[in-house]
Design a protein around this ligand. Structure first.
Ligand SMILES: [Mn+2]
Length: 430
């Protein structure tokens, strides 16, 4: 682990130690999931340890002067190597991860019985299927200890994760750079690919060749009417010559996620209806981004973007009604069911403490958020004239909140009509 990351994680542990007071924090690592091909570390655990393996556990105990931070890991046994892979083991983990002591996970039982648990609160979120879950539950039960899964220490941890350090922002820039390049490659391949999963392959191939091993979430490739579905995941459909393709995807770099959406005409030329709608969504997205600054709330951004979107759609004759009323009554959710923003970081929907999403908690410098308005007109929406139906458009960028405003971290990924068309046309036609 590079020295500065080592000391940055030490700093995080120190901040948490002071937030704990007399309490204790126990944080299990994530567990391998059968449903995903690769193991993904628990984000809180990774943030506080930098340790990438499963089966591990972190204990932060302010009352233990000699050993405030203890990391339990699997030992690198031959048995492990035969069945589970090549773990770091105690020795290597001691060198690489900041902790007062790294111990074998087998020592957890003795360690727990040596702990003064009585009359203390333990911050603990059980991880389903973690090998130590039962042992921990038993130890706490026997000591009559209260395990709490929320409270000031978790809030402190959440707030720390919301505000990204320069090092974290650098990781996100790289994830976003790779993601942008993969989007461009998909546009260049648009006139060749005729199945949604071919775009998925193009995207993931580009990312993996550059060392991004994981995706922030399942790549969404939705052609034509499929793009009107918010969580379309099949990626199995045919792509017609006059379709728009909505590509929502993100690479991961050193644990940090990107999340970008572009919507483009596979022919290399927007039809006039497609272009008109696209320009409205783009204007709404730009208006939302322009307002990102410290002190502004996500709800205000959403409202502002919605006004621009609805006014634009009214001008095109797509919808009718009073903009204010459409917003107040939430009637506009029929064409834009999603939210404008979410937090981005170690998780694609990163930690966001209560009050930030819908409440009046303002953005702070160091937060990274997405801005992603959309227009989705289902075939069955009777309020929309037929020529505007069965179209889904979303445009999404990743925005850093800075001291004096914002920086669009995905500014290099093309989105202007002329640039998108030129990017597609620069690729081979078949
Ligand atoms: Mn998103």
């Amino acid at each position: 682990m590079p020295v500065s990351l080592f000391s940055e994680i030490q700093g995080r542990q120190q901040r948490l130690l002071s937030a704990l007071g007399d309490d204790l924090l126990i944080l299990p690592a994530g567990v391998p999931q059968q449903s995903i091909a690769r193991f993904l570390q628990d984000s809180n655990f990774f943030y506080l340890t930098g340790f990438p393996e499963h089966g591990a556990l972190l204990v932060i105990d302010p009352s233990n002067d000699k050993e405030q931070v203890t990391l339990f890991v699997r030992e690198n046994t031959q048995q492990e190597q035969v069945w589970d892979g090549f773990t770091m083991g105690v020795e290597k983990a001691s060198e690489q991860c900041p902790a007062d002591k790294v111990r074998k996970i087998e020592e957890l039982g003795d360690y727990l019985s040596s702990l003064q648990l009585k009359n203390r609160r333990v911050y603990y979120r059980p991880v389903h299927n973690h090998p130590s879950s039962e042992m921990l539950a038993k130890a706490m039960r026997e000591a009559g200890t209260e395990a709490i899964d929320q409270g000031p220490a978790f809030e402190q941890l959440g707030h720390m994760r919301m505000i990204k350090s320069p090092r974290e922002i650098a990781q996100m820039r790289e994830a976003i750079r790779i993601t942008g390049e993969a989007h461009h490659n998909c546009m260049r391949a648009a006139r060749r690919h005729r199945r949604e999963y071919q775009f998925e392959a193009e995207f993931e191939y580009t990312c993996k060749l550059q060392g991004s091993l994981h995706w922030a979430f399942g790549t969404i490739v939705a052609a034509g009417n499929h793009a009107t579905c918010q969580h379309y995941i099949e990626n199995a459909g045919a792509v017609q010559d006059d379709d728009l393709v909505l590509l929502d995807a993100g690479a991961v770099w050193n644990g940090y996620c990107a999340d970008l959406t572009r919507t483009f005409p596979v022919s290399g030329k927007f039809s006039s209806v497609q272009r008109d709608l696209y320009e409205v969504v783009l204007a709404s997205e730009k208006a939302g981004i322009a307002k990102v600054a410290p002190g502004v709330c996500m709800a205000e951004l959403q409202r502002h973007s919605a006004i621009i979107l609805l006014d634009g759609l009214k001008e095109l004759g797509v919808i009718k009604g009073d903009t204010e009323q459409l917003i107040e009554s939430a009637a506009y959710k029929a064409i834009w069911p999603g939210a404008l923003c979410h937090s981005l970081g170690l998780d694609v929907h990163d930690v966001l403490l209560p009050g930030y999403h819908k409440g009046d908690k303002p953005l702070e410098p160091g937060m990274v958020i997405t801005v992603e308005p959309g227009f989705y007109s289902q075939s069955f929406n009777p309020d929309i004239p037929e020529e505007f139906r069965e179209i889904g458009i979303r445009i999404e960028d990743d925005i850093l909140v800075t001291e004096d405003g914002h920086e669009n971290l995905s500014i290099d990924t093309v989105k202007e009509v002329a640039d998108v068309e030129a990017m597609i046309q620069s690729g081979a036609a078949d």
